[in-house]
Design a binder for this molecule. Structure first.
Ligand SMILES: [Zn+2]
Length: 331
């Protein structure tokens, strides 16, 4: 079943009239060139790419200098590829209207030391439009799932020179996902800790497709390949992977090893002194776990990651390593 949503200009929001058979039109309000895609009748825009290769490489080099990335990246990083692509994104507006009722609990202690619980009734009206963007194809290893920017010069002129990724998710999927997110965000925004009753209506209002220019930079450092993506409109780095600096890595390893060793040794000494083998074994186990994480962290090398990367797609069997890895995230 197809979901019917109003046709609006993705650029200015104006209501669009389309005659049967039209697939390229100009918005009557802002004059943007719009394209009506396929049978689905989705209004589509593309933002013009404003970056060039030199600018993209400069942005990548600036990003290399931020945080705890390897300090010799500029010297030792070898550029392998740098090219622009168009990525498709669904852009949706979803209206949420209704009521969330319930109560909030407050605890207080009177002068006799008795604790009382007071229930404060809450009745919150919800009426808001939620806007989301969501990538409409498999982002692969690019680390991009939504748009950071939704403004720019609307033009299809670069479509001839920049490869375009086709959308692979359906309009209905995009609408359904936005409805779920809007419902959940509206509940959070209502701030009713204990809900006893709610009546929320979710209405999809607008749906459009945005083709957004993104530059992909692939580079090598040592034996390993890394990447970064740069926004083709704003010139900002959107996502990326970079090697961590060996100095910080060795500090982390030294710290982890000493703490792991100390806990192990302290557990052993205390356990023997107290004549309690469980303390000694506990200390040894905790010490060994810390040493193990330190070893995993060191073996995989620290990597600094920015962007919407899926933890599962890292192909890392050890979740604990991710915990250590997140310490190296910046921005
Ligand atoms: Zn418009």
């Amino acid at each position: 079943m197809s979901v019917s949503v109003g046709l609006n200009c993705p650029s200015c929001g104006g209501a669009i009239q389309i005659s049967e058979g039209d697939n390229v039109i100009n918005c009557q309000y802002c004059d943007s060139l719009l394209w009506v895609e396929g049978d689905a009748g989705v209004i589509t825009v593309a933002y013009k790419n404003l970056q060039d290769r030199d600018g993209v490489l400069r942005a990548t080099e600036q990003w290399w200098r931020k945080g705890l990335k390897a300090m010799d990246l500029k010297k030792k990083g070898r550029l392998m590829e740098c090219y622009p692509i168009y990525l498709p994104f669904w852009s949706t507006t979803t209206r949420v209207a209704g009521w969330v009722c319930g109560y909030e609990e407050r605890h207080y202690t009177d002068k006799h030391g008795n604790t009382h619980t007071e229930r404060i009734p809450k009745e919150e009206m919800v009426l808001r439009d939620y806007q989301y963007t969501n990538i409409a194809c498999d982002p692969g290893d690019l680390g991009i799932k939504y748009l950071r920017n939704n403004a720019g010069e609307v033009s299809f002129i670069d479509f001839e020179s920049i490869p375009t990724f086709e959308s692979t998710t359906s309009k209905d999927e995009a609408v359904e996902l936005s409805k779920q997110r809007a419902m959940s965000d509206a509940r959070d925004d209502a701030r009713v800790p204990h809900v006893t009753f709610e009546k929320i209506t979710v209405i999809p209002k607008r749906l459009s497709m945005i083709y957004y220019p993104v530059w992909v930079v692939r580079y090598a450092y040592g034996e390993r390949m890394y990447m970064a993506t740069v926004d083709g409109v704003t010139g900002n780095v959107l996502s990326g992977r970079a090697p961590g600096d060996p100095l910080y890595q060795s500090l982390a390893v030294t710290g982890g090893t000493s703490i792991g060793g100390l806990i192990g040794a302290a557990g052993l000494a205390f356990g023997i002194g107290a004549d309690d083998p469980t303390i000694a074994i506990g200390g040894l186990v905790i010490g060994a776990v810390i040493l193990g994480f330190t070893y995993m962290f060191f073996r995989h090398g620290s990597e600094i990651i920015d962007g919407d990367f899926d933890d599962k797609k890292l192909g890392n069997p050890l979740k604990g390593f991710k915990i250590a890895g997140t310490k190296w995230r910046f921005n």
